[in-house]
Design a protein around this ligand. Structure first.
Ligand code: PBG
Length: 327
């Protein structure tokens, strides 16, 4: 056979395959999302997310230590308060669940980097991501509430805040209040390109944050649109976002690619609860090789252009990266 170009030549052995990999990953880029609840002695598995738990404050340090031991260096904290009200006022309470979780976590495991999700939906009685005006969220009335919440997180020790509400102008509002209070060095990672997605289903059960009526389509994006994602990302960068996120991940690899080519800030992707649940469920059934699928799916997100990955599989991925299985 007269053939000078043989692509298989570079696939001949593991050493060579690893040498010529186009996608490099590092466990420093992984962020592990965790759910904190009120109560004592709670370490309760989330039914639709086997292997993920609700932790009360006393159980949090052990869980954080496990994260640090796995080699993952950052966590994203979600709080589930005991009391919800119309405005979501426990979101910014100095003794709110996230604020206390930060104090507990920073004291017990200071080596971790603490990011907090800034949103109202876990804290409002109606489950929407802001203050209501009739049956829709009032954008401009929500901005000060989000800003206040972000500030209270940073005052309680958050290293970075991540607004996930999708209100227009919230990055600017948060940047302004942080700067006014002297937190000029605290970065903002905006959930810039966040789609109205059915893949959040298990999370909403976990966070008890499903909207009591309607849906989130007046603020989260329509999944038919990709150009609009670039608009959202560019706007957030202009408003002061230090990182921008695309969410979900797997069904939006094209969006990750396009956004990463347009912005000059790091792009994160959030592999959400439904993505985790699908892999987990098929794995539990014995229908797929869980580790292999987790590696392949995560690598595809980086290959698409993400530099940071939020995933419920972060601890496992850190191990796979250490082993050289991926990365
Ligand atoms: C809060 C928020 C949601 C997620 C992250 N932050 C839910 C939503 O927007 O309904 C989803 C995360 C996941 O599904 O893993 N607004």
């Amino acid at each position: 056979m007269d053939m000078t170009k043989r692509p298989r030549r570079l696939r001949g052995g593991m050493t060579l395959r690893k040498m010529v990999r186009e996608t490099r990953m590092d466990k420093a880029s992984l962020i592990y999302p965790m759910f904190v609840v009120e109560g004592e002695g709670v370490r309760r598995e989330i039914p639709s997310m086997p292997g993920q738990y609700h932790y009360s404050l006393d159980m949090l340090p052990a869980a954080l230590e496990e994260v640090a031991r796995s080699g993952v260096s950052s966590v994203m904290l979600f709080g589930i308060p005991e009391k919800k009200d119309e405005m979501g006022s426990s979101a910014w309470a100095a003794d709110g669940i996230i604020q206390r979780a930060l104090e507990t976590g920073k004291r017990a495991v200071p080596e971790l980097y603490y990011i907090t999700d800034v949103c109202m939906c876990e804290y409002t009685s109606h489950g929407h991501c802001g203050a209501l005006c009739g049956h829709d969220v009032d954008n401009d009335r929500t901005l000060p509430l989000l800003a206040r919440t972000a500030l209270s997180h940073v005052q309680a020790g958050a290293d970075m805040v991540a607004p996930s509400d999708m209100m227009d102008g919230r990055v600017a509002a948060i940047r302004r209040i942080l700067d006014e209070n002297g937190y000029t060095e605290t970065p903002i990672m905006s959930y810039a390109v966040k789609y109205a997605s059915a893949f959040y289903g298990p999370f909403r059960e976990a966070a008890d944050s499903a909207p009591a009526f309607g849906d989130r389509k007046t603020y989260q994006m329509d999944y038919h649109n990709a150009k609009e994602g670039i608009k959202e990302a560019l706007l957030d960068v202009e408003e002061g976002a230090d990182l921008v996120m695309v969410k979900p991940a797997l069904s939006y690899l094209d969006v990750i690619r396009r956004v990463s080519e347009k912005v000059h800030v790091p792009v994160a992707a959030y592999s959400v609860s439904g993505e985790y649940a699908m892999i987990k469920a098929a794995a539990v059934k014995g229908w797929i090789d869980e580790a292999a699928v987790v590696c392949e799916a995560a690598t595809s997100v980086y290959r698409a252009g993400a530099g940071v990955l939020l995933t419920y599989y972060a601890k496992e991925l850190a191990k796979f990266m250490d082993e050289g299985r991926i990365g």
